[in-house]
Design a protein around this ligand. Structure first.
Ligand code: SF4
Length: 220
């Protein structure tokens, strides 16, 4: 009696990391990741993007609705705000790599909209091998966590954003880790005055990152 062997279900992204994991190979391999359930509902994997020698590495939470459709990170409203803030803070976009703690869009229906849903701890852990592999390939000077979910993934533990925001930390993933808010949280403030104030604080945080970058040795 012959029984067809079913393929064991992947438990994390670790099963998909290619040997000799260069950035292009990682991007290609991540496109078929089924390391957690998030791929089922999303359009496609949205992997990180930026130069291999990027000095600063931004980590957000997850791709949003527009990123999910486009297949590129930070192309929606939060990405535009990040770009604007980078210019004001004096950080060249060409020096930055942008990615997310999970690479698939998690959402729930709300009328005709796809409402963003926060990834849980198991999903963050399942996707972390991609984040680690991106960091290994790039070796940036500074890693910037945008928002609490990114900080939890990079710090590897539950943290309060208020406790870690605006200062530099060493974590098991990287030596120089900084945390600030996610630009989408700025956009969510209903009052313009409050949005402007939060945006100013965000730009000040990014200026600290720029100063930190210039304090690193320019080469190496
Ligand atoms: S969220 Fe990460 S681990 Fe889960 S399927 Fe997508 S790429 Fe794989």
């Amino acid at each position: 009696m012959s029984r067809e062997k079913s393929k064991p279900e992947a438990k994390s992204a670790a099963d998909f990391i290619p040997p000799d994991p260069t950035l292009p190979r990682l991007t290609e391999a991540a496109a078929s990741c089924t390391g957690c359930n998030l791929y089922k509902q999303a359009t496609q994997t949205v992997f990180g993007e930026g130069p291999r020698k990027a000095k600063v590495f931004f980590v957000g939470e997850q791709p949003g609705d527009q990123e999910d459709r486009a297949g590129h990170p930070f192309v929606g409203p939060a990405g535009s705000l990040l770009n604007k803030a980078l210019i004001e803070a004096g950080i060249a976009r060409g020096e930055t790599y942008v990615t997310n703690a999970v690479k698939h869009f998690k959402w729930e229906p709300q009328g005709k909209r796809r409402k963003h849903k926060k990834p849980n701890a198991a999903e963050l852990a399942a996707c972390k091998p991609w984040l680690q592999a991106e960091l290994n390939a790039i070796r940036p000077k500074v890693v910037v966590c945008l928002g609490l979910t990114a900080a939890q993934s990079v710090f590897g533990r539950a943290v309060r954003l208020g406790d870690v925001r605006g200062t530099f930390h060493k974590t098991s993933l990287a030596d120089d880790v900084f945390a600030t808010v996610h630009p989408s949280s700025i956009l969510r403030h209903p009052e313009k005055e409050q949005r402007d104030e939060e945006y100013r604080k965000f730009v000040s945080d990014l200026r600290l990152v720029r100063e930190r970058l210039s304090s690193h040795h320019p080469e190496g």
